[in-house]
Structure formats: structure tokens, C-alpha cells
Write a protein that binds this ligand. Structure first.
Ligand SMILES: Nc1ncnc2c1ncn2[C@@H]1O[C@H](COP(=O)(O)OP(=O)(O)O)[C@@H](O)[C@H]1O
Ligand SMILES: [Mg+2]
Length: 247
């Protein structure tokens, strides 16, 4: 099993000229589960987007490293090749692009040699669809087109499983999922965790953290990590909210 380490050093970023991330320090390694919590608008999603290189966000300081390699300004596909994956909080609709086409392209980009035969690839996709309780018919639908909130999240999880990343960022993966779907998703996370994947689980509730106990909990407030600890923090947030945590 190869080990991967994602290092975030004094990361600052802005969107539309507004500074959102004000110096983030965080290290995530293979086989670790971190939770990033924080009130609405703290900058949690912004961190996820900046890490995978979304073009709307401009890095204004600091560094992102994977295994010591600087990827702060790398193209999103190079970050994916380095093993990073983000499941979006609000996955967008891409009309006219079928799930089958998209998955095949994304997979071949990451794993070009030897090319997996088409039949084997789609058999794998179908198996994973069963695991995440997505009907096979979704394979020929356009990305997220007319999908419910829960279906969008399942499709994010499907991509996570198929693309085999080394460090996974899950942004509010539990929102929009009912109890049964959440169980499926938690089981998939645990499976990947047992295979040495590292996780950053972003959430402002602690619903998913009842099932997946993070070793490390970080609290983000106004673009800064204001507290680091273990799951005692998430339990206290459940009872008392965020007000007791001062900057
Ligand atoms: N694309 C964007 N355009 C303008 N403002 C944005 C954009 N993305 C995020 N923001 C702003 O950045 C701040 C942090 O947002 P976000 O990262 O989504 O917070 P969180 O995920 O913690 O709720 C908010 O004030 C939000 O309005
Ligand atoms: Mg968010």
C-alpha cells in the first residue's frame, strides 16, 4: 500500500476579490479520517474547491503539497492524478454529457495504461451502482440532470469509488441522504478507509460522524482553523453549537 500525504500550508484564497481562507494549516495522510466542521459561510466548501483547483477561487498565499510535490497551481486533472478527489456539496448538472461517457473519460485519464476493456469497465460501474443503490438506468442519463438531492450525492460517491483516489474530500456528503442511503455511504467510506485512503469529511452537523468516528476534528471559523482536537469536539458542537468556540 502506498502512502499519500496532503499538506496545506498557510493557505490563503479569495473569491470575487473577497478573502475567504485566511491561512489554513492541515495535514492529511493515508488511513486518517479528519472532520472539518464550522458554521455556514466559514469557508469549508471554499477549502475543498481550492484544493481541487476550481478556477473561481484564487490562491493568494501558502501552499498545497501532495507527497512533497507543490500542486498549489496545478491543473485540476493533475491533482486528480496525484490522488485527490472532491465530492461536491452541490454537484452541478451537465446536460448532454452522459454518465457513462463522463466516467469512462475520467477513468481513462487517470488510468490510461493498460486501458480497461469497455465491457469490464461497465461491469465494474454496474457493480458499484448496486453498492450505492443507484439504478443501472442512470448510466445513460446526463450528469445530474433531473437528479434529486440524494441521487446527486450517490453519484458523487459512485465517482469516489470508481476513480480510486488516495485522499478524499467529502463536502456535506450526508445532506440530502436519508438514513438508509447514509448507511450505504458510510459503509463505502469505511471500506476505502480500510484500504488506506485518507479522508477530509466536511460537515456542519455531526450526523455522519456518529457512524464514522474521526481521529481528528478541526473547526473552521471565518476562514481560519480555530480549534483542533478529536471527536469530543464534534460531540460538544452537537450539544452547544459553535458559539463556545472563540477565534
Ligand atoms: N463563487 C462564489 N462567489 C462569491 N462568494 C462566494 C463564492 N463561493 C463562496 N463564497 C463566499 O465565501 C464564503 C464562504 O463560503 P463557503 O466556503 O461556501 O462556506 P461553508 O461551506 O463553510 O458554508 C461565504 O461568504 C460565501 O458567500
Ligand atoms: Mg459548504
Amino acid at each position: 500500500m502506498t502512502n499519500t500525504v496532503l499538506e496545506i500550508e498557510d493557505l490563503k484564497a479569495q473569491v470575487e476579490g473577497k478573502e475567504i481562507l485566511k491561512g489554513i494549516n492541515l495535514t492529511i495522510k493515508s488511513g486518517e479520517i479528519h472532520a472539518l466542521m464550522g458554521p455556514n459561510g466559514a469557508g469549508k466548501s471554499t477549502l475543498g474547491e481550492v484544493l481541487i483547483g476550481h478556477p473561481n477561487y484564487e490562491v493568494t498565499g501558502g501552499k498545497i503539497l501532495i507527497n512533497g510535490k507543490d500542486i498549489t497551481y496545478a491543473a485540476p486533472e493533475d491533482r486528480a492524478k496525484a490522488g485527490l478527489f472532491l465530492a461536491f456539496q452541490n454537484p452541478i448538472t451537465v446536460s448532454g454529457v452522459k454518465i457513462s461517457t463522463f466516467l469512462r473519460m475520467a477513468y481513462n485519464n487517470l488510468y490510461p495504461e493498460p486501458k480497461m476493456p469497455l465491457k469490464d469497465f461497465f461491469n465494474m460501474v454496474k457493480t458499484v451502482m448496486k453498492d450505492v443503490d443507484m439504478d443501472e438506468s442512470f448510466i445513460s442519463r446526463s450528469i445530474n440532470d433531473g437528479f434529486s438531492g440524494g441521487e446527486r450525492k450517490r453519484f458523487e460517491v459512485l465517482q469516489m469509488i470508481i476513480l480510486k483516489p488516495k485522499i478524499v474530500i467529502l463536502d456535506e456528503i450526508d445532506s440530502g441522504l436519508d438514513v438508509d442511503a447514509l448507511k450505504l455511504v458510510s459503509a463505502e467510506i469505511k471500506k476505502m478507509y480500510s484500504e488506506n485512503v485518507g479522508f477530509l469529511i466536511i460537515t456542519h452537523y455531526q450526523r455522519i460522524l456518529k457512524d464514522i468516528i474521526p481521529e481528528f476534528v478541526h473547526v473552521l471559523k471565518d476562514g481560519k482553523i480555530v480549534m483542533n482536537g478529536n471527536s469530543e469536539i464534534s460531540a460538544k458542537i452537537e450539544d452547544e453549537g459553535y458559539d463556545w468556540i472563540k477565534e
